[in-house]
Design a protein around this ligand. Structure first.
Ligand SMILES: Nc1ncnc2c1ncn2[C@@H]1O[C@H](COP(=O)(O)OP(=O)(O)OP(=O)(O)O)[C@@H](O)[C@H]1O
Ligand SMILES: NC(=O)c1ccc[n+]([C@@H]2O[C@H](COP(=O)(O)O)[C@@H](O)[C@H]2O)c1
Ligand SMILES: [Zn+2]
Length: 277
């Protein structure tokens, strides 16, 4: 398949990004390499969507800071961007709705590009062949995540079954391996995941890198170096605003994650776990 005839694809990663780490950015690079190697897809954009403050995860600092840090980190990327839409909503947004939003946005963008092409003079149009060829199909949108994210599908009352189904059936998942998580096993154990296995791309990271935001926050609170784990610009931002402290780590402590609250359950708060979702 020539590059021109490949299916355009957008990768969307949802999460806390508290703070963004080098590994969060690596997820996108790994996913893009993998999809390109299939010969079927052309990844045209990566979107990082930090979760709203209303998610109420332990130690979750303000979205304003999380977005600012992600923007600084992604300054060096020419294809991944941060999108604040989720954090601008009144309350926490279920992931399937974030996917729907971004899908609708890409349809809208395509329509306005087509409109723009239609209004151009014929001579101008011929010079815009490349643009118009890129404009002709709505890109696929896939949810990008680490293997631990896939594991959370099994957590009672965290996800609605119909949402998992819609994510898998209508969009699809690109899942990057992570130490301590066995995505193939989660698929095997779930009837739903097995049914839509054809829409789950499992990507193996051979250069293992177990950076987690939780560990970064712990190191920062203890005054330890996090250089080479997160970008220098993010380290400087954190120091300037004194973002991660023992006090910030206590934010939402003992609270229930918003998805669990919404499902009105009495299960123990995930928020008390030391390495969270
Ligand atoms: N080291 C990693 N390997 C694979 N996936 C990762 C890694 N770190 C984060 N991810 C993925 O990035 C997405 C966003 O994760 P998140 O913001 O929770 O980061 P995290 O490092 O897991 O943070 P925390 O420790 O606070 O849970 C999730 O899909 C998660 O699985
Ligand atoms: N039912 C749902 O749609 C649902 C449930 C739990 C987490 N999530 C999302 O998954 C991501 C998890 O992020 P963390 O791994 O940082 O907790 C967040 O973007 C959150 O909004 C969605
Ligand atoms: Zn996590």
């Amino acid at each position: 398949m020539s590059v021109k005839s490949r299916i355009p694809l957008i990768l969307l990663a949802c999460g806390s990004f508290n703070p963004i780490t080098n590994m969060h950015m690596r997820l996108f690079e790994l996913a893009r390499d993998h999809l390109h190697r299939t010969g079927r897809y052309q990844v045209i954009e990566g979107i990082m969507s930090p979760v709203s403050d209303d998610y109420r995860k332990k130690g979750l600092v303000s979205a304003r800071h999380r977005i600012a840090m992600a923007k600084l980190a992604l300054e060096t990327s020419d294809w991944i961007r941060v999108d604040p839409w989720e954090t601008e909503q009144e309350s926490w947004t279920e992931t399937v709705k974030v996917l729907r939003h971004h899908y609708n946005e890409s349809v809208r963008l395509l329509q306005s590009k087509k409109e723009f092409m239609k209004n151009k003079q014929p001579t101008e149009r011929s010079t815009e062949n490349f643009l118009s060829s890129q404009c002709s199909v709505v890109p696929e949108l896939k949810l990008l995540c680490g293997a631990d994210f896939l594991q959370t599908f099994q957590t009672p009352n965290l996800w609605k079954k119909e949402h998992i189904q819609e994510i898998l059936e209508e969009f699809g998942l690109v899942c990057i391996s992570r130490a301590g998580s066995d995505p193939a096993q989660y698929i095997y154990e779930s009837e739903l995941l097995t049914k839509f296995q054809h829409n789950i791309f499992l990507v193996k990271e051979w250069i293992q890198n177990e950076i987690s935001s939780t560990q970064i926050r712990y190191a920062l609170c203890r005054g330890l170096s996090v250089k080479y784990l997160i970008p220098d610009s993010v380290i400087a931002y954190i120091a300037y605003h004194n973002i991660y402290t023992e006090e910030s780590e206590r934010k939402n402590e003992g609270d229930l994650l918003q998805p669990l609250k919404l499902h009105n359950t009495a299960v123990s708060p995930l928020n008390d776990r030391s390495h969270s979702l």
